[in-house]
Write a protein that binds this ligand. Structure first.
Ligand code: CA
Length: 222
């Protein structure tokens, strides 16, 4: 239940969504036009479709209509332009399960993806762990050993991204895009600021700086 088809022609958004999904444990495939989107959506190879409305060759509404005509039950989340109420209503009436208006933060899309892909037969992991650090995704609590730690919403998201990619170096740009969104100022030092907050709360040696590359979640006991 983790194969996600992403139909988006704007490279920046497609790459933002693709990287975010991959970092969150999904297997994304990106297509750039409506014809390819419809072909793949009908292949039975996917669990969810994220569908932009403004696509070349065949627009998102047509893709959605043709998909539903084939009685395909694939869940669909449409991406609409900001404040386009008409698009949203038409999309939902056309058989979309949910919508996301642009610009959006990845976490908002991720929440919708998770709702659509929730499968009762295989309960998803609700506690992420690494080297004594644990993050409960349901109660939204962090702990180190037996100590419970309060995190702000943004600190929580940053911790979640690190825990989903243990031992991997994550660049500032990746972290910025995953936690703050694709339209955030790339020159911002907000990632460094929040890493400092997390080190204060979780332990100074919990997040390593990899010079010139980014940050890595470490296991201080190793
Ligand atoms: Ca578009």
């Amino acid at each position: 239940m983790n194969r996600v088809l992403v139909a988006e022609d704007e490279a920046r958004i497609a790459s933002f969504v693709e990287k975010g999904l991959r970092a969150s444990g999904f297997t994304p495939t990106v297509v750039r036009d409506g014809t390819a989107a419809l072909d793949l959506a009908l292949s039975g190879e996917f669990d969810l479709l994220i569908l932009d409305i403004g696509l070349p060759k065949m627009d998102g509404f047509t893709v959605l209509r043709r998909l539903r005509q084939e009685r395909a039950t694939l869940p669909v989340i449409i991406l609409t332009a900001r404040d386009s109420v008409t698009d949203t209503v038409a999309g939902l009436e056309g058989g979309a399960d949910d919508y996301m208006s642009k610009p959006f933060r990845f976490e908002e899309l991720l929440a919708r993806v998770r709702i659509r892909l929730r499968d009762e037969r295989s309960p998803e992991v609700t506690v992420l762990r690494h080297g004594g650090l644990a993050l409960d995704l349901r109660t939204r609590r962090a702990s180190v050993g037996s100590r419970t730690i309060d995190l702000t919403a943004r600190e929580f998201l940053l911790t979640e991204v690190f825990l989903r990619n243990p031992g991997q170096v994550l660049s500032r740009e990746q972290l910025l895009s995953l936690v703050w969104g694709y339209d955030f100022d790339p020159g911002s030092n907000v990632v460094d600021v929040y890493v400092r907050y997390l080190r204060r709360k979780l332990g100074a040696d919990r997040i390593e700086t990899v010079r010139g590359m980014g940050y890595r979640l470490a296991d201080p006991d190793q």
